[in-house]
Design a protein around this ligand. Sequence first.
Ligand code: ATP
Length: 370
Amino acid sequence: MNIIRIKDTSNKLFYIGGVVRDEILHKESFDIDLTYVGNAIEYAKSLPDVEIIKINEPFGTVRVKIDGKEIDIASTRAEIYERPGHLPTITEIGCDLKKDVIRRDFTINALAKNFNSGEIIDYTGGLDDIKNKTIRVLHDKSFIEDPTRIIRALKFAVRFDFELDEHTKELRDNYLKNINYDMSFKRVKKELIETFSLNSQKAYNEFIDKNIYKLVTEKTVTKPNINIENIINKYKKLINPSNIWLIYVGTLEDLSKLELTKEEKSIITDYINIKNLKFNSDFEIYKTFKNVKPETVLLYGILNDLVPVINYFENLQDIKVEITGDDLLKLGLKPSSKYRECFDEILMEKCLNPTLTKSDELNIAKKYIK
Ligand code: ATP
């Protein structure tokens, strides 16, 4: 576990959740969560050599800086879901550790480790579930209260190569037959991003085959008969890593429930604009794909036809006209829309024969001008 130097004498400070799970699994943690049994804000203020960065009074959390590192310390808290699918309401701050633990999503995420003694506190059987590679909810209403946990379960299953326990699967399948769409899609999107950034065909297969996608759209989906993970790996250099998730989730017809960013929206709308196109020449492929993001091109390949996409990425995307407007001017052509036509003429020839040189291009231009 990451070493944090806190001079704790309270014995009420615990590592909690993912960080404990990751240590047992010998995996690196993305962040370190600490919880204090009592009021974490007062506790943090009492610590020597600790700088308080931010206090969130209603949640009882505090961000501190220790040895140059920023860490959140939360007060133990109990919660209830007054509105399933939305953030819970806090009913108690500073409750006992057990109450804090049982509000969590899965047994593997409900372990605590005493900061001082290193003792692991396991109220829910999380240690056994880690050993048996099992993801298990803590109670039967878990997915009703927070359906994003269905996607979280998929994420952890794929990340650690774990399986959902049978009863948890049953609860998931029942919920997916009767989804309450009054939920926070901001959180759904966050979990989708984390899950599909893993770039895993296995995650996608589960997402579609087990109907998890129904959390995003009520429209039925036909799974493309293509391995998306392999295609992404092949063209990874061209893709903005933060858009990998969208190549998977973009295969759903309707993303209207998700709040997409401007860039994400353009990837999807550009795909919708080109999805029915059939190409008769390399030049048409070049002109169409050159104007959209590689992510859009990949969606076309996955959902329509991979052949022109491979042709574009392997042979066409780097084709460029070398001559410039100045060259056309020197050949006696006055600036006008004719320039575009002339460059297109050259591009068309270069798509047929990419080895054409600059002087070949000049000859084509001369012929065009004539
Ligand atoms: P990661 O390694 O992906 O960050 P994590 O387990 O640390 O995984 P976080 O999203 O950082 O996940 O959440 C920290 C902890 O908070 C979890 O381990 C879990 O105990 C609890 N938690 C997070 N999301 C939920 C949720 N939707 N419902 C209940 N508990 C949750």
